[in-house]
Structure formats: structure tokens, C-alpha cells
Design a protein around this ligand. Structure first.
Ligand SMILES: Cc1ncc(C[n+]2csc(CCOP(=O)(O)OP(=O)(O)O)c2C)c(N)n1
Ligand SMILES: [Mg+2]
Length: 278
């Protein structure tokens, strides 16, 4: 089994190559969350990539709520065995199963909900977590949300609902990169102290550096240990948009633009091939 850090590096290569290949897509948030996806899919989650079971009974589920970061999701799914790695080359092409934003219509293994219209994933995850309780299924439900995404109101209904209904088999994570589509989250619609807001709504809140693999794995494992105690869990992950490609780091401009040929070469020079390119 390759080291988690090497897997994350290959996922970052996949992201920049996929987005460059079709000159569209979202590299910034994808790169920032590459370590999280690696920790989750290659270490923390109890899941069965193949054969893919849409219901996911007796396995952990993951819902990507900020669907625009599909490149990192698709790479992590392919690299962990959900579908063939060469299919990454079809990203955003006509009739591909790898649509710009994930859909269920194309039946891509690993995708259990369409996302891209921000703000819906937490509600879906709460429903799935409650269904697991009804089915006496002891596995967990994980999600990822963008910080800009939390500016969407539906989240706050879900954040209120989950503690009230003691949804304690749910671990949601927030990508706190401080950036969103048009600028910093502070400039667009300041979130203030997000952790304090979750706490006052009744959640257990953990914090981690989302680009430090050891800290990430430790925090996710700690969160698992806190499930089943009557409260939903939220992990605040501090990340850097564009992490791993120096000229993309910390700039909201890389939210949703593709690198040029020259920029691709610069990016790949910083990301050694570890598992083999698609
Ligand atoms: C309901 C809804 N409103 C607006 C958008 C447009 N939109 C796409 S991404 C984005 C910014 C999201 O910011 P964040 O979640 O922080 O993502 P990051 O830029 O960090 O990847 C917006 C406003 C959308 N997709 N859905
Ligand atoms: Mg953001």
C-alpha cells in the first residue's frame, strides 16, 4: 500500500491534468481537499468500492455537498477502486459519466447524490444517517462542505435539525479555505466564528489542519470515537485553496479556472507521479 502522502500527490496530478485537459473545472478547492479525500477513502472509511452498492447498507457513506470540486472526488473514487482509473480522461466530455458536477443519472460508482447546487448535502446526509438508525445499521455518514457553501441558507436548517434529532452517526467536515468563487468568504458574506455557531446549535466540534495528513487522520479517528453520544459531529478543516501548486495557493481566482499548457507544466513539476498517470 503506497503512503497516504504519495496517494494525495497523485490525486493532485490527476486534478490539474483533468481540468487542463478540457480547459474547464475547479482545481482550487479540489487541490485543497486532496489530503482529506485520501485520508477518508484510503484510511478512515469502512467502505466497499466494488461491486458498488447504491444503498451502502452496512458501510460508511460519503456525500460531497460542494459538488464543484468533482475532480478530487473522481480521482479519489477511481484510485480507490470504484471505477477504472483511465476513465478520468473523460472528465467533462460529452456523454461522460464524469460530469462537471456529480450526477446519479450517469451511474458512476461512488456517487450517491447529485451535487453542485450548493447547500443540499447536509440535508441528504442527515436523511441517510437517520435511515441507518432505522435499519439498525451501525455504520457512519460523512460529508464535505465548502465554507462559501455555508452561506447558503438550507445548511442552517440542517445544522438546527441534526442535534435536535440526535443524529450522532454523522460526521460533517467543512473546507475552511477562506475563499469562494468571487473573493474571500469574509468579503462575500462573512461567516464569523463558524465553529462557535455549530457549537451553539448543539454539535460536537473538532478542528484540524486539513493539509496535514497525520493530523487529519487523527482527527477523523477521534471523531469516529465520539459518535453514538447523542450529538452530530462537525470537523473544521483549515486548508489552503490550491494546496500543492505554489502559484495557485491561497488565490480565489483558482476556484474555477483551468491552467494553461505552461501552467500545467509548472504544476506537474511540483507533483511527482507516484501511482502512474491515467
Ligand atoms: C445554490 C448555489 N448558489 C450559488 C452557486 C454558485 N457557486 C458555485 S461554487 C460557489 C462558491 C462556493 O464557495 P466554497 O464552497 O467556499 O468553495 P471553494 O471556492 O472554496 O471551492 C458558488 C457561489 C451554486 N453552485 N449553487
Ligand atoms: Mg471555500
Amino acid at each position: 500500500m503506497p503512503q497516504l502522502k504519495d496517494i494525495a500527490t497523485q490525486i493532485r496530478r490527476d486534478i490539474v491534468r483533468m481540468v487542463h485537459g478540457v480547459q474547464s473545472g475547479h482545481p482550487g478547492g479540489s487541490l485543497g481537499c486532496a489530503d482529506f479525500f485520501t485520508a477518508l477513502y484510503f484510511k478512515v472509511m469502512d467502505h466497499k468500492p466494488a461491486p458498488f452498492d447504491m444503498d451502502g447498507k452496512n458501510q460508511d457513506l460519503f456525500f460531497l455537498s460542494n459538488g464543484h470540486i468533482s475532480p478530487v472526488f473522481y480521482s479519489a473514487l477511481a484510485r480507490s477502486g470504484y471505477f477504472p482509473v483511465p476513465e478520468l480522461s473523460t472528465f467533462r466530455k460529452l456523454n461522460s459519466r464524469l460530469q462537471g458536477h456529480p450526477t446519479t443519472h450517469e451511474h458512476l460508482p461512488g456517487v450517491r447524490v447529485a451535487s453542485g447546487s450548493l447547500g443540499q448535502g447536509m440535508s441528504v446526509a442527515i436523511g441517510a444517517a437517520l435511515a441507518k438508525k432505522l435499519n439498525n445499521d451501525k455504520n457512519l455518514v460523512y460529508t464535505l462542505h465548502g465554507d462559501g457553501e455555508l452561506e447558503e441558507g438550507q445548511n442552517w436548517e440542517a445544522i438546527m435539525f441534526a442535534p435536535h434529532h440526535k443524529v450522532d452517526n454523522l460526521i460533517i467536515t467543512v473546507d475552511l479555505n477562506g475563499q469562494q468563487i468571487d473573493g474571500t468568504t469574509d468579503d462575500v458574506a462573512g461567516l464569523g466564528d463558524v465553529a462557535a455557531k455549530f457549537e451553539v446549535f448543539g454539535w460536537l466540534v473538532l478542528h484540524t489542519d486539513g493539509n496535514d495528513m497525520d493530523a487529519l487522520v487523527a482527527t477523523l479517528e477521534k471523531a469516529k470515537g465520539l459518535t453514538g453520544q447523542g450529538k452530530p459531529i462537525a470537523i473544521m478543516m483549515k486548508t489552503v485553496m490550491g494546496q500543492g501548486v505554489d502559484f495557485m495557493e491561497g488565490h480565489h481566482e483558482w476556484h474555477g479556472i483551468a491552467p494553461s499548457d505552461e501552467q500545467l507544466a509548472k504544476a506537474l513539476a511540483q507533483l511527482p507521479e507516484t501511482l502512474g498517470d491515467y
